[in-house]
Write a protein that binds this ligand. Structure first.
Ligand code: DAH
Length: 344
């Protein structure tokens, strides 16, 4: 017996499996239910008492040695298999993962909101599907005004054939809803998506985004309008950005103006962004027409107000020098990931 044990011990110590199959064969050979160790124990039963005393201990030790060797080899094979199979060096640092980014239009919208919030404006929203009253009539659009034309507006034909419902063409409709549902003073900005029946190109899209502003109280003047928008531009595009107001026309404001800023790209020297004029238009504005106040149940003798509306795409184009509107809605990650921010 001693001879066998010595022989097996030597074999076990020398054993080195190349793979899991060889290790399993090893286990069956020595530790299996019909294995060599089992045989030794059977043989042990047949020996005399003197030998039993000697071999009892030796045999048990041998069994433990075989079991320990098996456990050690198995562990080595398992961890080796993992690293080998995956081809990984587990000591290397992990791969970085991509963090999403805000859409540039959201970034700019949030920036605009923040600036006006600091001036005490609240944020309001309204529906994208509007009726004629809120989108046009209450805003003092004459019945035959070209903006109601099918060219510009996506009308929604109802079951009864009427087409009083449309996708809103501007966020000015939210002004009406706000004034109808509350009492002055109003000081609000109203961001949202608007729709127009335009062919899609680098410069036009069938939907885009606006931010509307409204300030109604006693004694609100054009000077308040100018100062508020001047401040806004300094905050958004930096101190020293110049503004100019050009007379214009909107049905819902009187007087009306368009506001230009000194070109953010060339600082007024002339470039193709400003068509070599040094100025770029960024918004429409004016004093709320008394008819609009009255349409919303507000006493136009007591209250005056100003309003303004700007396209978020336009503001964003100027801020980030983007020349094709289509980029905003194509979801090309190569474009979007350039606006990585740490606001998540
Ligand atoms: N609603 C106008 C547009 O879509 C923008 C606008 C101009 C809004 C003047 C105003 C405003 O509130 O006073 O072109």
């Amino acid at each position: 017996m001693q001879e066998k044990i010595d022989q097996y011990t030597a074999d076990i110590q020398a054993f080195s499996p190349a793979n899991a199959d060889e290790l399993e064969a090893f286990r069956i050979k020595y530790l299996g239910t019909k294995g060599l160790i089992k045989d030794l124990f059977e043989e042990f039963k047949t020996v005399g008492p003197e030998e039993k005393r000697v071999f009892g201990k030796v045999l048990n030790q041998f069994k433990q040695t075989a079991e320990a060797k098996y456990a050690e080899l198995k562990e080595g094979l398992d961890s080796g298999a993992k690293t080998q199979d995956l081809g990984l060096d587990l000591t290397l640092p992990g791969d970085g993962f991509e963090v999403g980014s805000r859409h540039p239009l959201s970034l700019v919208r949030n920036e605009i909101i923040d600036i006006f919030k600091r001036l005490g404006f609240v944020v309001a929203e309204g529906p994208e599907i509007e009726d004629d009253w809120h989108n046009f009539s209450a805003l003092n659009f004459p019945q035959e005004h070209p903006a109601r034309d099918m060219q510009d507006t996506f009308f929604i034909r109802k079951g009864d054939g009427s087409d009083d419902i449309a996708l809103r063409t501007h966020t000015s409709s939210v002004q009406v809803r706000m004034m109808e549902n509350g009492r002055p003073p109003f000081r609000a900005i109203m961001p949202g998506r608007v729709y127009r029946n335009e062919a899609i190109s680098a410069r036009a899209h069938c939907f885009f985004h606006q931010v509307e502003g409204l300030y109604v109280d006693e004694n609100v003047s054009f000077a308040d309008l100018k100062q508020t928008l001047f401040h806004f531009v300094q905050e958004l595009y930096g101190e020293g950005t110049k503004v100019r107001f050009r007379p214009s026309y909107f049905p819902f404001t009187e007087p009306s103006a368009e506001m230009d800023i000194s070109c953010t790209i060339c600082k007024g020297d002339g470039c193709n962004m400003c068509k070599y004029t040094g100025w770029v238009e960024i918004l429409g504005c004016g004093m709320v027409d008394p008819n609009v106040l009255e349409n919303c149940g507000i006493d136009s003798k007591k209250y005056t107000g100003f309003a303004f509306g700007m396209g978020i795409e336009r503001i964003t184009n100027l801020k980030y020098v983007i020349r094709d509107l289509r980029l905003f809605s194509e979801n090309d990650v190569r474009f979007l990931k350039q606006f990585q921010t740490d606001i998540i």
